[in-house]
Design a protein around this ligand. Sequence first.
Ligand code: FES
Length: 133
Amino acid sequence: MPIAHHLLLCATPTKALCGDPALGAASWERLKTLIRSLGLEDPDRPAGVVLRTKADCLRVCQNGPVLMIWPEGILYGGVTPERVERIVHEHVIGGRPVQEWILRRTPFVACEDEAAASEPETGMAHPGAKNGV
Ligand code: FES
């Protein structure tokens, strides 16, 4: 089962260092509903499945809630349910990151063993391979 994207959101962190937990929880609910309703969790999806994780803290702790998207390594800040909608449609489905909400980029860097292999163990596509990022 190929993995197209993995989305991690610091929705309700224990210490709530970067944002309003109520906003994080609402964003998480929107993310879950949207991914399900769009069929992005379907293991037979030709473009690959989209995984989502409610993370405690992504070690950014500013301008949150923060949403990290792999394999591009893009971190979005100030996430709201409305922003989730646009990010999923434009970035995850359309392959065009929403530039104005990007906090930072953490590009995928393969270790030496992975670099020698034809594909990373995760089965994720190399950043930019599909989306031109
Ligand atoms: S609490 Fe959101 S990144 Fe740390």
